[in-house]
Design a protein. Sequence first.
Length: 293
Amino acid sequence: MIENDIASNSLAHAYLLAGPSGIGKFSIAKMLVNILQCPNNLCNECSVCKQIQAGSHPDTMVIKEDGESIKIEQIREIIGRLQMTKQGEYKILLIKGAEKLTPEAANCLLKTLEEPPQDTIIIMTTSNIREILPTIISRVRLIKFSAYAQNFLKEALRPLYPEAEEETLDQVCSLSMGKSGKAINLLEDSALLASYRTMYNMLCEFLEDKPLYTKFKLIEDIIADEKNTEEFIDVFTHLVRNRLHKGIEDQSLQAEKKDYYMNLLSSLEETRGLLRRNVNARLALESLALKAS
């Protein structure tokens, strides 16, 4: 869709790239920025390309969510810069994590989306489109990203990582749940892959009929490091999906157990959403543990 917009000279004034985290949205957004700003169609060698890579290009502005909200003051400052005289063909604003916009910031941005300055393009990415104002969605060109089928992802990764063992590729594609960025991180970071494998083994025990205090102790260990919570949800989701699919395929899953896994997957997604909204991690994960018991 983006390539067609460029080729036909029918670029939208605003884009929203929506899909799971680790799927490649921001990489595509950055590539689009480079293509539009580079006078040589993304040569990666000219001064413009080097400025963009260094984050110092005067006509390219980037706002990245850093776990906190994107506030109205940040949007006002950027909008002021969009009004300035441009040096190149476009003024481009790239917002990573648009779901982090506060209501005030979103409404401030909405005014610019309704009446954008000439030759201005706004590109946003989000991992949670439900948190984006419908009025913003109605004023952008929406491009949805989805996870890859595991077999497709494996075939794409194999020539890039010829030294990787088949078992490792299978496990990485499964653990990443079809997210290409996550799969690449796991293949290139042996410590991260080892951590995921350890978490997987811990969660196999977590699903067993263990005392609740044992599960709460695991959660205590997890929340000691904030980065572990996302890993916990990812691996837990992977484990439950695998057990559900395997049980359906070999017809060994009783209806009661199938309902349990389906409800648990819903609870996992609900917990993921709560954590994204900075709800207390301990309360969110302990509530999940109760549902998993």
